[in-house]
Design a protein around this ligand. Structure first.
Ligand SMILES: *[C@@H]1O[C@H](CO)[C@@H](O)[C@H](O)[C@H]1NC(C)=O
Ligand SMILES: *[C@@H]1O[C@H](CO)[C@@H](O)[C@H](O)[C@H]1NC(C)=O
Ligand SMILES: *[C@@H]1O[C@H](CO)[C@@H](O)[C@H](O)[C@H]1NC(C)=O
Length: 383
C-alpha cells in the first residue's frame, strides 16, 4: 500500500510565507537594478555618504590653485621633509622627479633632507639639480638617533635576535628602530625643521601618479586640517605587543589630554582592543605644531620611557595614528583622495572617472588599495 503523506497545515503555511518573501526580495532587487540603469542609487554605501556629506574636495576650491594665485603668489610656511641615506640617491631622484612634475614645480616648497650621516657632495649636487626650489641638508643630532639612558642594550639586542628568528619584518634591524623613534618623537624638533609650520613627508622610491594643482598647505591651513593620509592599513601585530596597554596607561594618567569627540573608533571598535589600523606614515602631510604640542610630547615621552621602540619594534605609523585618534576629531584628519601615491607594494589611485578622463593621472584605479583586504579605509568611511 502506498501512503501519501498529506502535508500538515503548518508546513503549508511556511511554504506560502517563503514564496511571498522570495517574491518581495526578487522584486526589490529587480527594482534596484532598474533604477541603477538610470544611475539612480537606492542604497548608498558608506563611501558615497562620506564623499557627499563629509569630504572637503580641495580640487573644487579655485582659490587654492596655482594659476589663481599666480599674481600674488604667497607660500605657506611649509617644507618637504625627507629622511634619506646617501645610498638611496637614485630612488630619491625618481621620487623627486615625479613630485616636482606633479606638484612642486608650481609651488616651489623648500626641501629639507635629513640623515644620520653626512650627505655626500654627489648627493647634494644631484638633488639640487632636480629642483629649482631651495634645498637644505641636515645631520641628525646624536641624541635623536641613539639609545636613551634607560634602555638596556643587551636586552634590546636579544629582542632583535628573537624577532629576526620569528621572521618579523625589519625585526632584526637596529637602524629601523632608530628611524621609527626619530619619526615618532624628533623630526619636528630638528633644528632645520623648527622654523616650519607644515610638512610633507617624502621618501625614496615612491610615485605620484596624478597632477596636484592646488597648494596642499594652503588647503590644510584654510580647512583647519592637522593631518592628511592616502593609505590606511593594518599593523603587523608582532611589532607592538605592549603598545596598546601603554597607551591605556597613558590615558588613565592624563585624561585631560584626551579629546572628547576623538576619532578612537577608527582604531578600536569597542575601546578595549587596538584593531591595528594606522595611517601609512611614509606619506604624511600635516601641521608640525601638533607634534610639538605639550600633549603629544608627553605622549611620546611616555611611550619612549616604556622602551617599546627598542624592546619591541614600535613603528611611527601606529604611534602617530594612535595619537591622532586620541587628540583630534575626525574632521581634523583628511583623506587625500585626489593624491595618487605608490609606495611598493601598495598604492592609492582615485577611482573617479573625471580625473582619468582629463588626463590628470597615470594610475590604474583597479590597483587601488582602498578596498583590498587589510585596508582600513572602509572603516574610515563608516566612522
Ligand atoms: C592680488 O592681490 C590684489 C591686492 O590684494 C587683489 O586685488 C587681486 O585680486 C589679487 N589677485 C589674485 C589673482 O588673487
Ligand atoms: C641588562 O640586561 C641583561 C640581560 O637581561 C642583564 O644581565 C644586565 O644586568 C642588564 N643591565 C643593566 C645595567 O641593568
Ligand atoms: C580647529 O578645530 C578645532 C577642533 O574642532 C578647534 O578647537 C579649533 O578652534 C579650530 N581652529 C580654527 C582656527 O578654526
Amino acid at each position: 500500500m502506498v501512503i501519501i503523506k498529506k502535508p500538515s497545515q503548518r508546513s503549508l503555511y511556511f511554504q506560502y510565507v517563503f514564496l511571498i518573501a522570495l517574491t518581495i526580495i526578487s522584486s526589490v532587487i529587480s527594482f534596484a537594478f532598474f533604477l541603477s540603469l538610470f544611475d539612480i542609487t537606492l542604497f548608498k554605501s558608506n563611501r558615497q555618504i562620506f564623499f557627499e556629506k563629509e569630504y572637503i574636495n580641495p580640487t573644487k576650491d579655485r582659490t587654492l590653485f596655482y594659476d589663481f594665485n599666480y599674481e600674488n603668489k604667497t607660500k605657506e610656511n611649509g617644507a618637504i621633509v625627507v629622511l634619506v641615506r646617501n645610498e638611496e640617491l637614485t630612488s630619491l631622484m625618481s621620487s623627486m622627479r615625479q613630485f616636482e612634475d606633479r606638484f612642486n614645480k608650481k609651488f616651489q616648497y623648500p626641501y629639507v633632507f635629513l640623515n644620520d650621516k653626512e650627505f655626500t657632495e654627489e648627493f647634494i649636487e644631484s638633488t639640487r639639480a632636480m629642483t629649482t626650489a631651495e634645498t637644505k641638508y641636515g645631520l641628525i643630532p646624536v641624541e635623536m638617533w641613539s639609545y636613551p639612558s634607560w634602555i638596556n642594550q643587551t636586552e634590546a639586542l636579544h629582542a632583535r635576535k628573537k624577532m629576526e628568528e620569528d621572521k618579523v619584518i625589519y625585526g632584526g634591524s637596529e637602524s629601523y628602530r632608530h628611524m621609527c623613534r626619530f619619526n615618532s618623537g624628533f623630526f619636528f624638533r630638528h633644528p632645520l625643521i623648527e622654523q616650519y609650520d607644515y610638512y610633507w613627508r617624502l621618501e625614496p622610491g615612491v610615485e605620484f601618479m596624478c597632477d596636484i594643482d592646488y597648494d596642499v598647505f594652503k588647503f590644510i591651513k584654510k580647512n583647519n586640517i592637522t593631518y592628511g593620509f592616502t593609505i590606511a592599513l593594518m599593523e603587523v601585530k608582532e611589532t607592538i605587543p605592549t603598545l596598546w596597554d601603554t597607551v591605556k596607561e597613558f590615558e588613565k594618567e592624563y585624561p585631560e589630554y584626551i579629546n572628547k569627540n576623538n576619532a578612537m573608533k577608527f582604531i578600536s571598535n569597542t575601546g578595549k582592543n587596538y584593531n591595528m589600523c594606522h595611517f601609512w606614515s611614509n606619506f604624511e602631510i600635516g601641521d608640525l605644531n601638533f607634534w610639538r604640542s605639550e600633549k603629544y610630547i608627553k605622549f611620546f615621552d611616555y611611550l619612549d620611557k616604556a622602551g617599546g621602540f627598542f624592546y619591541e619594534r614600535w613603528g611611527d605609523a601606529p604611534v602617530h595614528t594612535i595619537a591622532l585618534a586620541l587628540f583630534l576629531e575626525k574632521t581634523q584628519i583628511h583623506f587625500f583622495n585626489d593624491i595618487s601615491y605608490r609606495h611598493s607594494p601598495f598604492e592609492h589611485c582615485p577611482i573617479e572617472k573625471d580625473v582619468h578622463e582629463e588626463g590628470k593621472c597615470h594610475c590604474n584605479p583597479e590597483k587601488t588599495f582602498d578596498f583590498t583586504w587589510g585596508s582600513c579605509l572602509p572603516s574610515w568611511f563608516s566612522l
